[in-house]
Design a protein around this ligand. Structure first.
Ligand code: AHR
Length: 497
């Protein structure tokens, strides 16, 4: 085959699984300016009664996060949720030990749940498994979900919220395998605490779903034994196992960086095999799924010490085109693994390693904003297994990978199909043929493309539209085939009805 040609075959009968909408989640932590000056800025001319700026709200509505994980992150392991509820003038300021910042507690559980209602998103509540207790975890479930009439539910009522919030998703701690975590535990100790806490929490509300705190990354010396050990102890009390990962291009090797999606895929495969192993070992009939509840690119801004300031500028990563193409591939991996991966949270949502960066005068949609918005908008229904025949790109870190990374979806309820293609080649465009089998679309009505010549270009307050998607002409489909030329360094999304 001509090395400048690629082929993609999409057979709509080859269904990988149903896409859980919770794959399009975000994460908000009390860290830097994510909460304060991010989703909560009372007094700003654009802020509503709850402190949410209209420009931030509009950008978040474009991303349409299906779930938001909160309040941390490392922060949660020292957090007393009681500090953040009740009259604001009685809430204590604290020295916060995860990020060495001052936490005013002016935004807490109820403000977060109000924000979720406003954004029509499902809350995912994190619990303190560091300094926190099993009793405290069960009490928070009562505070959020029990009808009035008992201690913590009445406390909620006294704070102005008579009706339960019905929080469904609960994270049993955060990165408890890491020495950096406040009151870090070993696998056995964590597992026993998680099992007993989850038991009490589910006794409080049997409808809740729990997310067990898996390894904080594949680089951990305890990975994946940590995951196996905790699953063996907590299987019956667990609905999801979490995984975390941040990609980087510290080596400044763009070919390797863009090939790194093979590792994201491998990460899921290892944990999926671990789930299958434990299920078999325990002779269990139930399933546990995966929740990638922290994922993103993070390596340029490693400022993690707030020096006892309030809302300090921490982790304010500026994203570029190559980062956006990594984010796009990550989301394609989610779609290709949607049979086992059911939830994912982009870390984070505003200012801190985030698609949205604010200052007093406005905001910037970073490059990574756009792939997230495009996948969120167009990927729905079922994921289709793509066959990709493309020239290979040699990378130092991950060997040979095809020039194209592809995922595809079809929504049986509407017939709408979407194909997501990342072209990893840095210099040359490629002629590509797409062949549909099964439900062949009559034509491609929309083509959206994010691309650029320089992998390092970013959007800034001075030049906010350097990397934005273009809408191209639709594409003809003849005899089940369509043709298009994909530029170097691009994400192309094809949509058909
Ligand atoms: O998202 C930033 C931090 O990264 C989180 O607090 C922690 O869980 C992870 O290490």
């Amino acid at each position: 085959m001509n090395q400048k040609l690629a082929r993609i075959i999409l057979d709509t009968d080859h269904v990988i699984g149903t896409i859980d909408p919770l794959l399009f989640g975000g994460f908000a932590e009390h860290l830097g300016r994510c909460v304060y000056e991010g989703v909560y800025e009372p007094g700003h001319p654009l802020a509503d009664a709850e402190g949410l700026r209209s420009d931030v709200k509009a950008a978040m509505e474009e991303l349409a996060f299906t779930t938001i994980r909160y309040p941390g992150g490392n922060f949660v392991s020292g957090y007393d949720w009681l500090d953040g509820v009740g009259p604001k003038n009685q809430r204590p300021s604290r020295r916060e030990l995860a990020w060495f910042s001052i936490e005013s507690n002016q935004f807490g559980t109820n403000e977060f749940l109000q924000l979720c209602r406003k954004l029509k998103t499902e809350p995912m509540m994190g619990l303190n498994f560091g300094t926190g207790t099993i009793e405290g975890s069960a009490a928070l479930v009562e505070y959020c979900n029990a009808p009035a009439g008992t201690k913590y539910a009445d406390l909620r009522k006294s704070h102005g919220f008579t009706e339960p919030w019905d929080v469904k998703y609960w994270c049993l701690g955060n990165e408890m395998d890491g020495a950096w975590q406040i009151a870090h535990l070993d696998a056995q100790d964590y597992a026993k605490k998680a099992r007993e806490a989850a038991k009490l929490m589910k006794w409080q509300d049997p409808s809740i779903k729990t997310i067990l705190c898996g390894s904080s990354g594949p680089g951990m010396p305890t990975y994946p034994d940590w995951d196996r050990t905790i699953l063996e102890t907590c299987w019956d009390q667990t609905d999801y196992l979490s995984l975390h990962r941040y990609a980087d291009n510290r080596a400044n090797d763009t070919d390797s960086y863009l090939a790194g999606a093979v590792e994201f895929e491998n990460h899921i495969d290892v944990l999926s095999a671990t789930l299958r192993f434990v299920k078999a070992k325990l002779r269990s009939k139930k399933d546990v799924y995966l929740s990638w509840d922290e994922w993103n690119v993070w390596y340029k801004n490693m400022e993690m010490n707030g020096k006892w300031g309030s809302a300090p500028h921490l982790l304010e990563e500026v994203y570029n085109l190559e980062d956006a193409l990594v984010v796009a591939q990550w989301m394609s991996v989610f779609l290709r693994k949607c049979d086992v991966l059911k939830m994912a949270c982009l870390a984070q949502i505003v200012n801190v390693i985030a698609p949205i960066l604010t200052n007093k005068n406005g905001l910037v949609k970073q490059t990574v904003f756009y792939p997230f918005a495009m996948y969120r908008k167009y990927a729905a229904g079922e994921s289709i297994r793509p066959v990709v025949i493309a020239p290979m790109i040699t990378s130092k870190q991950h060997g040979d990978v095809p020039a194209l990374d592809v995922s595809a979806t079809r929504d049986p309820s509407t017939g709408k199909q979407a194909t997501f293609i990342v072209h990893r080649n840095q210099k040359e465009s490629i002629e590509t043929e797409i062949e549909w089998r099964g439900m062949t679309p009559a034509c491609i009505v929309e083509v959206h493309q994010l691309s650029g010549l320089d992998p390092k270009s970013s959007n800034t307050f001075e030049a906010p539209r350097t990397i934005v998607p273009k809408t191209l002409d639709g594409m003809t489909v003849k005899d089940g085939r369509g043709h298009l030329k994909l530029p170097a360094l691009s994400l192309t999304v094809l949509v058909s009805v």
